[in-house]
Every structure is written in C-alpha cells, then in structure tokens.
Design a protein around this ligand. Sequence first.
Ligand code: UDP
Length: 236
Amino acid sequence: MEKKQQLYEGKAKKVFATDKSECFIIEYKDDATAGNGAKRGSIAGKGEINNRVSNHLMQLLEKQGVPTHYVKELSATETAVKVVKIVPLEVIVRNIAAGSLAKRLGLEEGTPLKKTVLEYCYKDDALGDPLVNEYHIAAMGWASEADLKVIAGYSFKINETLSAYLKDAGIQLIDFKLEFGKTPAGEIILADEISPDTCRFWDIKTKEKLDKDRFRRDLGGVEDAYREVLKRLLGE
Ligand code: UDP
C-alpha cells in the first residue's frame, strides 16, 4: 500500500491518504497533550507502543464480533485502517470513578460504580469536548438514534471483552474513551485507538497507574508505565 498526502494531523496521530480508496494510513506520534492542549510534551516510544497495543486489542475485539477500522500493521508506528467518517462523539465507559467523573460528583478516585456508566462528549476542542446526552445528540444530528444504539451496544461489549482480557494481565480497566466511524457502506465500526493514552489502566494488586495519568499529573515513570502495558499484553 502506498502512502500518499497527509490529510490531517491530530495531537497524537497523523492520517494519510493511500492508493487504495478504502484505506487510510495512521501514524502514531510520541507527542502528548493533556488538559485540552494546555500541557504539552513527548513520551519516548509512545507512538510505537500505542500502535502495537491498539492493533492488538482491536484484533481481539474483531474476534469477539466488534467491527473495527483495523486492516494491517505496516510498521512500528503505522497502520492501515478503513476509511470512515468519524461520528463526532467521544464515548466514555466507566467501571470505577476517576478523573472528571470523580471531580464532578465529588467521589474519591477508585470508588466502584454499581453499574457501568456510559457518557458522551461532543468532539470539539474549541468547546473543550462538552458532556452531552442522547437528546443533544439527536437534536444536533451528530448520530441517528439507530446508530447510537449500535454504538452503545458495542461500547458495553468492548468493556466486557477488554475488562476480562486485561484482568488476566493483572490490569484493572477503570475507564476508557472510544470513537466510532461510519464506513461508506453505512456500517458503524470502532475507530481511533485503544491505548494507555485513552484508557485508565491500574495494576490490579498495587493500584499503580499504568496510563497517561502519569503524564497528566506529573507522576514520573511515564515511559516505563507504557512499556509495562506493552509487555503485559504482547509479551515484548
Ligand atoms: N479520555 C481520552 N481523551 C479525552 C478525554 C478522556 O482518551 O479527550 C479518556 C481518559 O484517558 C480516561 C477516560 O477517557 O480513560 C475518562 O476521562 P475523564 O472524563 O475522566 O477525563 P480526564 O480527567 O482524563 O480529563
């Protein structure tokens, strides 16, 4: 597959056109941002780790019946993915209170939730990705009710699959963010990435953070934490 012109550069990835109309190539970067771009830095080896981890988890999800954009890993930091139109929502799945939910509801981080919580944020950096609900989504036409039902169903299925899989690697899945896209044929599929940038991973025993919170909160050991996740999931 031939890499053509760059279409887009985001905070953590670049997207390129290819000679195949049905594929893009995404290239993962070491760049890291937090607080909607307020904090900037770089995490050595992150691009490679997120590429490998995300592809590994997407292949696992495919086997469990969740369609994803994954096509082929092309290099340490590059992957061919299916062309989709991104649904402009961040879908957040929460098992344990942390981050913005803990803050919003005055909960101590680590408080178990009696039921898995699904949240939607409207993807708009200028607005700071505001929290929205099903009514806002329908009123604004960001996704149809039918598509949102499919998205919610996949999100719960992804949570069950990943929680069980990560548990075997000694990792507790606290919460995570998903993005979905629509193929030209109208199919909703999982897009973007699933990595320590987009999930909260805690060591089951020690509760040590193995994710981007180490960068967001200046906890140190950022590279080591990302590498530990790679090692536990892919054995490398
Ligand atoms: N998340 C993300 N991108 C965002 C916002 C959140 O990947 O722009 C992930 C984050 O890593 C965490 C989950 O979504 O696993 C929930 O994040 P939260 O709403 O608690 O926001 P935060 O406190 O991280 O800003």
